[in-house]
Design a protein around this ligand. Structure first.
Ligand SMILES: Cc1ncc(C[n+]2csc(CCOP(=O)(O)OP(=O)(O)O)c2C)c(N)n1
Ligand SMILES: [Mg+2]
Length: 201
């Protein structure tokens, strides 16, 4: 995948299609637009939104996946955020969490700060980097047809998996969830641990 090829995925449609069958999926979102995309679908106590800590989305999701090994964990983050934490792919490849899926929403831009081109606009391929780290499954997804075949893998295939979704540059309204990080941490933790107690885990 070169940086200048046609891309047709819309990020809000993408996220809606992935999450419409989410069931009890645990979801970590990278700062900025990926958080707003998920919030646009309504709040969910199984969501852990990151507002800062750029580069920390995959490490956060990795810790969660290791601690909650019976739950499926998805992280949705941006190309810029992923590039900042790119070394975390090596850690994931070494840890091999079976329940972790990484979805990169790759608009080839740093959206929030003014749409500056990221390295992926110049051909840097995050999926190839993940394969180089040791991921068996790490691919680019550019069409809705490919997305349809990837969604069952997100929910069922053995992780770690990485899907780099090529999306159009867009200007969707900002939908902001709760911003207090402490509150977000406490409610997520309480919800997961309480749910675990109920199923006797
Ligand atoms: C350490 C650090 N550097 C820079 C920023 C400013 N910043 C916030 S969001 C963002 C761009 C994120 O780009 P990307 O992850 O690709 O998300 P997009 O909005 O493009 O979907 C930047 C540079 C920050 N929050 N933290
Ligand atoms: Mg981006």
């Amino acid at each position: 995948m070169k940086g200048n090829e046609l891309v047709i995925l819309d990020r809000r449609h993408l996220v809606e299609r992935i999450l419409c069958s989410r069931d009890d999926l645990l979801l970590v979102t990278g700062l900025g637009a990926p958080t707003w995309d998920v919030a646009a679908l309504g709040d969910n106590l199984n969501n852990f939104y990151l507002w800062g800590g750029m580069g920390g989305a995959v490490p956060t999701a990795l810790g969660l996946a290791l601690a909650q090994s019976k739950r499926r964990v998805l992280v949705l983050t941006g190309d810029g955020e992923m590039l900042m934490g790119i070394g975390s792919l090596a850690t994931v490849a070494v840890q091999k969490p079976k329940n972790l899926v990484i979805g990169v929403i790759d608009n080839q831009r740093y959206g929030e700060t003014g749409m500056q081109r990221s390295a992926t606009a110049f051909g840097v391929d995050i999926a190839s980097i993940a394969r180089g780290a040791g991921f068996e499954t790490a691919t680019n997804v550019t069409t809705y047809g490919e997305l349809d075949s990837v969604i069952p893998q997100i929910y069922n295939s053995q992780g770690p998996l990485l899907f780099n979704f090529k999306v159009t540059v867009s200007d969707h309204p900002m939908i902001l969830p709760e911003k207090n990080g402490l509150e977000l941490k406490h409610r997520f933790r309480a919800h997961i641990l309480n749910a675990k107690k109920k199923i006797g885990g």
